[in-house]
Design a protein around this ligand. Structure first.
Ligand code: DGJ
Length: 384
């Protein structure tokens, strides 16, 4: 009897903890329920009906991993430490010329739940096959189940023919590619920066739609959703309101930190204020993270500085280079107050399948967001 009870307890513990993790170990390889390193890069997390769903870029080995050969990978978890492989939520197509043809670039997928339609809406950064990063589109896919399979809907450059709110009437003049290129050629960097702030790239892209590269999505307390993306040749973030079904842009958007060159946006809300973490623009190489706060998601966004504190002992990189990583998402921990997980990728562009994850505790202190390095930590961090 006694042995049966022990066996039962061991089995229960095993089932409860799936693959047995009870802490986060940032930067260290992260096995799923099959013992395979998580393959969900540039990820986002959805919490739905008591479960967390992780969505990210599925990478393959070698340099080829910088292109999408498989699609968007999904995992599920009840405790955030142990993740079950749920397979590929959005698959690339073999068909030549398809928007998400194998060999395109799919980055930073994010999924939100739409209550009105009781469905799941995925947005992601899409670059068309063979065109480098020039297409700068946002892509949309939907599913009735959180794990998919998601149906690809369309991709486009958002907000075509729309001026952002707060954009002065006197600057609301579209400009041709030819004039844009001439101005760029003739300007020194300082002058160019003043033109960037006044929306020179925005005006160039006015008719065809605004660029949408690094992105995230955010659902506010009132159910309104926003698409936040690097636009204007990565010089300026755009924050765009989505329609009630979350499947389109309303045309209402704002420019955040014009000329600031912010990528990798990640956002959260605490006590009525919005906090944004971003990186600078240095490709796959790490740079200094920055943070911002706003009382209204449509701005003004006030600069707060580098949110990171501490040092990553695995690579000896401190806060100056974001512990070797780049932001991708800020996850509010269910059932806890002022408890967020700031999620970062450590990119390995020569073999992205081995890129690492750094999930670190983030809290709001004195109206600033602080991300604290921890070599190993658990959710009880937030109870201390
Ligand atoms: C930085 C971005 O944050 C990544 O998602 C990726 O697009 C790389 N640039 C490509 O160089």
């Amino acid at each position: 009897m006694k042995y049966r009870m022990i066996a039962f307890a061991v089995l229960a513990a095993f089932v409860f903890t799936a693959n047995g993790a009870d802490s986060f170990k940032p930067y260290v390889k992260k096995p799923d329920n099959n013992g395979v390193h998580l393959n969900a890069h540039g990820a986002g997390v959805l919490h739905h009906n008591g479960k967390y769903y992780l969505y990210g870029e599925h990478k393959i080995a070698g340099k080829a991993g910088n292109k999408a050969h498989v699609g968007v990978h999904c995992y599920s978890s009840e405790d955030l430490y142990n993740w079950k492989d749920e397979g590929i939520a959005l698959k690339v197509f073999e068909k030549e010329g398809h928007d998400i043809e194998k060999g395109c670039i799919i980055e930073r997928p994010k999924v939100i739940y739409n209550e009105m339609n009781d469905n799941f809406v995925m947005w992601f950064h899409l670059e068309l096959k063979g065109q480098g990063y020039s297409a700068a589109r946002t892509g949309l896919a939907v599913s009735d189940n959180p794990t998919g399979e998601f149906e690809y809907i369309r991709s486009f450059r958002p907000n075509a023919g729309q001026w952002p709110i707060h954009f002065p009437k006197k600057w609301q003049k579209p400009i041709s590619d030819k004039k844009f290129n001439k101005l760029k050629e003739e300007s020194d960097w300082d002058y160019w920066l003043t033109l960037l702030e006044k929306g020179i790239v925005l005006r160039r892209d006015f008719k065809e739609g605004q660029m949408s590269r690094d992105m995230t999505v955010f659902v506010d307390d009132n159910g309104k959703a926003y698409h936040i993306h690097s636009a204007e040749d990565n010089s300026t973030l755009h924050i765009s309101e989505l329609t009630d079904d979350y499947q389109d842009f309303t045309g209402r958007y704002t420019r955040a930190r014009p000329g600031g060159y912010n990528e990798a946006p990640a956002i959260c809300k605490y006590e009525g204020s919005y906090y944004l973490i971003a990186s600078g623009c240095s490709g796959w190489a790490p740079n200094t993270a920055r943070s911002f706060r706003a009382g209204n998601i449509m701005g003004e966004w006030k600069a707060l500085g580098n949110p990171c504190k501490g040092k990553n002992p695995h690579n000896d990189i401190g806060s100056i280079k974001t512990f070797g990583g780049q932001s991708t998402y800020i996850l509010p921990v269910e059932g806890k107050r002022n408890a967020f997980i700031a999620m970062f990728d450590v990119w390995r562009p020569s073999n992205q399948i081995d890129s690492r994850y750094m999930w670190l505790p983030a809290q709001i202190k004195d109206n600033e967001i602080i991300v604290q390095w921890q070599t190993e930590w658990g959710l009880s961090y937030f109870d201390e």
